[in-house]
Design a protein around this ligand. Structure first.
Ligand SMILES: [Mg+2]
Length: 190
């Protein structure tokens, strides 16, 4: 339940072609530390608007599903020109609401975020294609910091079967890169 289907270097690594190859029609996006650094307002990070535009032009639906405050989600919805809502109550709530809005089934959507216990868990609970990306900024509130410690522990602990990483790791910019072999896999070999 905590294992992402894919781990990518950044949200912008997701292309319309990548989505199409997996039968995905929409991207349910986390906001904080996935699209923009935690707690920031201001301007969109470089390349983000262009990336969103390219997806929209390719007919991919995009929606924000954020646990951030109403005000914050509203700000970024306007800024990024995409629909969305928050606070969503991930992992238990939010994703099904997004599916209803898009009129799509879980198998048709990617859930993208930087947190195992909200984004990946919530996405897996509904049976969506989950994508984990590294957090954009290290600055987080106390609670999230605590959760991060737990995340790192889960990712390191072989009993969770997560050390082997996601079922696929893909970065269009680095086609030739060797797949990363985790410690757990190395040890499993005779
Ligand atoms: Mg986040």
């Amino acid at each position: 339940m905590l294992k992402p289907r894919a781990r990518l270097k950044s949200v912008t690594a997701i292309t319309s072609q990548w989505l199409r190859e997996r039968g995905l029609k929409a991207v349910l996006l986390d906001l904080d530390n996935t699209l923009v650094p935690y707690r920031t307002l201001g301007e969109a990070p470089e390349g983000l608007l262009e990336w969103l535009q390219a997806l929209k032009e390719a007919g991919v639906q995009v929606i924000l599903v954020s646990n951030g405050s109403r005000r914050r989600v509203h700000y970024w919805r306007e800024k990024l020109e995409i629909p969305g809502f928050g606070p969503a109550g991930k992992p238990w709530f939010g994703f099904r609401k997004a599916l209803r809005r898009l009129a799509l089934t879980p198998r048709e959507v990617a859930v993208v975020g930087d947190q195992l216990f909200t984004d990946v868990l919530g996405g897996n609970l509904i049976g969506a294609y989950t994508v984990l990306v590294p957090p954009l900024s290290k600055k987080e509130m106390g609670y999230t910091r605590l959760v991060r410690k737990l995340e790192r522990w889960v990712l390191r602990n072989p009993t969770f079967g997560l050390t082997a990483g996601a079922s696929e790791e893909f970065d269009p910019q680095e086609y030739r890169q060797e797949p990363t072999i985790s410690k757990g896999q190395e040890e499993a070999k005779p």
